[in-house]
Design a protein around this ligand. Sequence first.
Ligand code: HGY
Ligand code: MN
Ligand code: MN
Length: 417
Amino acid sequence: MAGNLGRADAGQIQAWLEAINEFNSTPEFGTTRVLFTEPEVKAREYVKGEMRKLGLKIQEDAIGNIFGLYEGTEPNLAPVWTGSHIDTVLNAGMFDGMSGVVAGLEAVRLIKEAGLRPRRSLAVVVYTSEEPTRFRLGCLGSRALAGKLDAAAAYALHDAEGKSLYEVLADLGFPVGDFAQVAKKKDEVFAAVELHIDQTGVLEKAGQTVGIVKTICAPSVLEVTVEGRQSHAGGTSMSERRDAYMAACEMALAAEKLGRESTSEYTTVTVGKVQVIPNAVNVIPGKVLFSLDIRDADFAYKNKLAADFRQQAEAIATCRGVNVTIREVNNDHPMPCDAHIRQLIEENCRKLQVPYMQTISGAFHDSMLVGEFAPVAMIFVPSHGGISHSPQEWTDFAEIAAGTDVLTETLLALASA
Ligand code: HGY
Ligand code: MN
Ligand code: MN
């Protein structure tokens, strides 16, 4: 007779998170675990080791997504997934992504400890490269699962050293010949629930422990290249300059204005990466490249903002006598979360007396792509001070444990359906 579910162990969650955090290439300043660098490969091996200790069956696909499977009594039924990512941005914290992987491990541990084996199999998933850190495109593993990144696209994606994702995967021994088998068909996965930190101050300000996500905002990422005329800082009068950097600054400020004056409360506009060439004190920059990340919960409105930006950037370029080219890196679709699973999460919050609220995600997540082939939902836990993508990122282990309790009950209900 199966026993009752225990409660998530905050100590176990802390131990797993601290262990994963050891795999870090910038211990002097936060945590950096870039896709397929040594720390990230070691972190993958560590997580697979913990999956083995839980008796999970491990599978990896051609793009390196890891699946730790707890087989159900009817293994032919479409499984239920939970999970997130373990790669990070540069100088990050220890919770973004990792909380969802660890919560998934803990949920399966609790279900097994209670002697429960639901009809549907449960998989804890580590999605490859949710962050755009190495290949400038996010959600590579979930994008491939959604059939939006094939072998050719993997070949075309290059890192700063000119290595293609495909070559990196092949060098690491992933079955790149099976790339076509990565994509999932609709209904191949029954449901997917991801626990994640909320990366805003919304939950903390509202005094809530869990956020039930309604919609996941999506990014349009543009790569803007401004080409002017490199020349002498002292010998070139102000009127004859074709200053690529000043033109880029005016374009960035125009983009910020579009964001600030947006009619949508969910619009965000960010210039995060800037390259100035030749980047010298006494030389007027001839070329500047910058990234522009425009997000919203509404796809059409996001596209309008991007179109407005293009128009304004071209006008600024003409006025300043420089040239501007704008390349779209990705234009992702916002993902609504499944109403039935959201309802289930809410019932479980009430049952477990975990304070909760409805919320939206300004950050994108793997669930944004997984939602293309399966019903998805997200359980948020609070980021203290609203800080994330920073060494100061913090969530109490007890808060992750409370979110994990809600996740465990939800997964069990879905896997028993
Ligand atoms: O950028 C994002 O929204 C995510 O944290 N990668
Ligand atoms: Mn992130
Ligand atoms: Mn994340």
